[in-house]
Design a protein around this ligand. Structure first.
Ligand SMILES: [Zn+2]
Length: 356
């Protein structure tokens, strides 16, 4: 997604073209996977390459179209997280057959968003498909408005994404997604491209295959309300797409959830027992420290905005001037910081009734 797609979202006085912040995507100091990280620098995240790399033991990470997923190889088959999209899934299916010669037995969605969950039907012949209970409602939403992560792209606000607004993988697969060929993608058309799961869970679920295990954990609401974090206990690896990012800010900021709820969700993820976290975007792996820092960013935004409100600052002043120096090097800081400040301001002033 290019900067141009987001400029319409920002207040006029924020000139995103003047961004000077370094786009550093890896944190070498806190990670024991430096060799891996150096081989997968941040600049590679948005290119078209697809690759597979071992994370720990029988657990592997897949990169495709700027997105990441993981899979665990067992003697009885493969447990795969997000399929990412049809093109990646078709490629991955061939790679898995060649490298491991066992079928994909489970596909587990991190959440219902099209850019992670499309393409699962490629594994229809061998797999069972699982997601959180709230995925059911999200996919069957009769009102079928645009998912909240696509709303900012809809610059003219007509509830549909035209080709020029699409960007990223949606632009790449636009003609497939635009099922009725009317030149615009609706929320219903996006969701129609996500295969419906066979099984749903609510709180936690453990899958055992070939003597190995993965735990499906619903950490709460942050990004969407149907998030699943995948914990691989033996490998001590966590896959947490979009509800956690590594030195990177997510599209759309808090995405409609009260900051306290989003922060509590990240805190829950921190409490899990893992050493390495694999996020859903970019190629950097993270540690528990990265998750803590991601939470601290949101806490710092909320407390800095609260201080600004107490000092009599307007929303516009805070959006324009509130800088958090510890995070300016994070990916998408320049785009998402104003959004997060605005959302924190709205939350603090309207919901909690802080005096302006
Ligand atoms: Zn998402």
């Amino acid at each position: 997604v290019g900067t141009d797609l987001w400029s319409g979202l920002l207040p006029k006085f924020v000139d995103v073209s003047k961004s000077f912040f370094a786009r550093v995507g890896v944190q070498l100091a806190a990670c024991s996977f430096c060799t891996f990280l150096l081989a997968h620098n941040a600049d590679a995240q948005d290119d078209q390459t697809k690759d597979i790399a071992q994370v720990a033991g029988d657990l592997y990470v897949v990169h495709g179209d700027g997105h990441s997923t993981v899979f665990l190889v067992t003697s009885e088959g493969i447990i795969l997280a997000d399929p990412i999209n049809t093109e990646v899934a078709v490629w991955l299916k061939k790679e898995l057959a060649t490298r491991f010669n066992v079928p994909v037995r489970y596909v587990i969605y991190s959440h219902h968003h099209y850019d992670h969950a499309a393409g699962a039907e490629v594994f229809n012949d061998t797999a069972v498909f699982i997601a959180h209970e709230n995925t059911r409602r999200a996919l069957d939403d009769g009102s079928a408005t645009l998912p909240n992560n696509y709303v900012p792209r809809d610059k003219n606000g007509d509830g549909r994404i035209v080709f020029e607004e699409a960007g990223g993988t949606l632009q790449k697969f636009f003609q497939d997604v635009d099922r009725n060929g009317d030149g615009a993608v609706t929320g219903a058309e996006l969701l129609a491209n996500v295969r419906r799961p066979d099984l749903y869970y609510t709180d936690r679920m453990t899958i055992v295959l070939g003597g190995q295990a993965v735990e499906l954990i619903h950490p709460g609401s942050n990004h969407t309300d149907d998030m699943t974090a995948l914990l691989f206990p033996k490998e001590r690896v966590l896959f947490a797409a979009d509800c956690v990012n590594i030195r990177r800010l997510s599209y759309g900021g808090f995405l409609g959830f009260p900051p306290e709820q989003a922060i509590e969700t990240i805190r829950m993820i921190e409490s899990l027992d893992f050493d390495v976290v694999v996020p859903g975007h970019g190629s950097a792996l993270g540690s528990k420290v990265d998750v803590l820092e991601y939470r601290r960013y949101f806490e710092d935004v909320v407390s800095a905005v609260a201080r600004g409100i107490a000092a009599g600052k307007t929303k516009e002043e805070l959006v324009q001037h509130l800088v958090l120096p510890a995070y300016v090097s994070w990916q998408r800081y320049d785009l998402q910081q104003p959004v997060n400040v605005a959302q924190a301001y709205d939350y603090l002033t309207s919901v909690r009734g802080v005096a302006r």
